[in-house]
Design a protein around this ligand. Sequence first.
Ligand code: ADP
Ligand code: MG
Length: 141
Amino acid sequence: MQKTEITKSVEETFELGKRFGESLMGGEVIEFIGDLGAGKTSFMRGLAEGVGSDDSVSSPTFTISNIYSGRDDLSIHHFDFYRLPEPGLVKEQLKEAIEDPKAIVCVEWAESVHGVLPTDRITIQISTIDEDTREFKLKQA
Ligand code: ADP
Ligand code: MG
């Protein structure tokens, strides 16, 4: 299944993330693909709101992983493996999150952990069309 959406502002990206977040039930693994500034964090902010979280979402580039809590005991585990070729312990944390049916696992820069991601993950690929326009390709294997 594949779907393409265009957003024309950061607000539209937030709304797209929010609608997507509302559809999540726990147990999903979502891989984000897109350059710096593509809109991964902006989409994640909407996603978290859609899952009913009031927690503030920030790029976990330096902390590697953030956890936000949402509705119905759901938690969002937000990982960022940017410039982390040897994920070590965080990879173990990622595996645990993937096994948790109440966890929604979101991963940015997943190259170094592809081996532990399930093949039926959702992939969200974001391309920059121009300054304010982004294309989102949502794919589920
Ligand atoms: P990433 O996490 O992928 O590095 P961010 O979400 O942090 O990206 O940043 C995206 C940047 O692009 C923000 O400065 C945002 O204001 C800007 N932007 C412009 N248009 C859009 C759009 N349609 N969707 C998302 N962000 C946009
Ligand atoms: Mg980011």
